[in-house]
Design a protein around this ligand. Structure first.
Ligand SMILES: NC(=O)c1ccc[n+]([C@@H]2O[C@H](COP(=O)([O-])OP(=O)(O)OC[C@H]3O[C@@H](n4cnc5c(N)ncnc54)[C@H](O)[C@@H]3O)[C@@H](O)[C@H]2O)c1
Ligand SMILES: [Zn+2]
Length: 363
């Protein structure tokens, strides 16, 4: 078992990373929660696969399971009322906690429920997708989408504990398995060339022709052989950034590499056509290309990035009308009066924040 600690003063917490250790969950939970009324929030897909495991995971705790409809489309403000009512019905009090059991959508919603119910109760993260194990479960950004845009309502609210068990990843569809690697590639791009090179090497060493069935099977197996190290390093990078800039006043913005365009693509396509990882994959590739054109990014970065993303079965060239994407980016909460803070790569492993307006970026 590997452990990291996110050092945020009284809001510090551990991230436990391991494989096949669900029977130890209750012991870890006991360390951060002395009560006996756990409110578990999960989604319909995860519930279907893992409902027989709850007893093992939550041991002696009394627990109530609340099942959300799966999918980003359901990460909206309207789901909150049902959650709050169920929590009241289950007798959840100030000292009780929520366990978010699922992907980033479940974690973001459950975290927001914890941040707002009775003006804030504790919560823990049990992430089950790559995205949530390497990114969304750490750092305390919680929230829901509005029709006007993604993550427009939310809070910075840290969990008390993050329990990452890589064996949950075995039941992910290929689509969502590869999807999450977009965030790992992101970490490599913005601050860890060695991590980027490691993914490049894994892809290079698969001899099968890309995108056929055997390639995907072999690659997934190889990535799973390395998964604990990849999750650990990703969480370590995120933790270090969050410790320096919890509320995203500066440095933390680099985690948005590829996300300004990516979020706009997600919204433009109504959160249905592309997953988060697919949209930011194209967002990152586009930013590298734009950066090269504007002489900000070292020539060759785009090509290297495209090789890795395509190798991970992610799209790098989703087409969109630039004027519409510009409009959406302008409305994004990250846009400030005098422009949007875009994240550019200087080179692989090194990012820079540059303010530009939403039209300038495509010029
Ligand atoms: N808070 C943050 O800092 C942060 C960071 C990155 C992403 N996010 C958010 O996370 C969301 C994307 O996360 P996601 O990709 O995990 O989405 P998700 O929660 O929708 O999960 C993806 C799909 O996988 C299914 N699933 C989850 N675990 C499974 C398992 N173990 N086996 C089989 N199926 C499983 C889900 O039901 C869903 O259909 C977006 O809303 C994004 O904005 C938040
Ligand atoms: Zn993301």
């Amino acid at each position: 078992m590997r452990k990291l600690n996110v050092g945020l003063g009284k809001n510090s917490y551990d991230i436990i990373i391991g494989e096949n250790y669900t029977e130890k969950f209750a012991e870890y939970i006991k360390e951060v929660y002395s009560g006996n009324n756990l409110f578990v929030i999960t989604d319909s897909n995860v519930h279907e696969i893992y409902k027989n495991k709850y007893k093992e995971m939550f041991g002696h705790f009394k627990y109530t399971v609340y099942v959300l409809k799966a999918g980003e489309k359901n990460k909206h403000i309207g789901v909150m009322q049902g959650i709050y009512s169920a929590m009241i019905k289950a007798g959840i009090k100030r000292n009780d906690i929520i366990a978010a059991f699922g992907g980033g959508v479940t974690g973001d919603i459950a975290g927001f429920a914890a941040a707002s119910y009775l003006r804030g109760i504790g919560f823990i993260q049990i992430p089950t997708t790559i995205i949530s194990q390497v990114d969304s479960s750490v750092g305390g950004k919680v929230g829901v989408d509005l029709p006007e845009g993604k993550n427009l309502v939310g809070a910075f609210y840290q969990p008390r504990l993050v329990l990452i068990d890589s064996s949950f990843l075995n039941t992910l569809s290929d689509r969502y398995f590869y999807d999450g690697f977009a965030e790992i590639v992101k970490y490599g791009c913005i601050c860890d060339k060695a991590l980027f090179n490691k993914l490049t090497d894994i892809i290079k060493n698969i001899s099968e022709k890309k995108n056929n069935r055997e390639y995907k099977v072999k690659l997934r197996k190889k990535l799973m052989e390395n998964i604990i190290g990849l999750i650990y390093r990703s969480c370590e990078i995120k933790k270090e950034i969050v410790e320096k800039d919890e509320k995203e006043r500066g440095l933390r913005m680099i985690l948005n590499f590829g996300h300004t365009i990516g979020h706009a693509i997600e919204q433009y396509t109504d959160y249905e056509k592309y997953s988060h990882g697919e949209a930011i994959s194209t967002g990152m590739a586009n930013m590298a290309k734009i950066g090269e054109k504007k002489n900000i990014t070292e020539i060759g970065c785009f090509q290297r990035l495209e090789y890795v993303l395509k190798g991970l079965n992610l799209p790098t060239d989703i087409k969109y009308p630039e004027h519409e994407i510009s409009e959406i980016m302008k409305r994004d909460k990250k846009s400030v009066n005098d422009g949007i803070n875009f994240i550019f790569l200087k080179e692989i492993g090194n990012a820079e924040i540059i303010k530009m307006n939403e039209r300038e970026i495509f010029e």
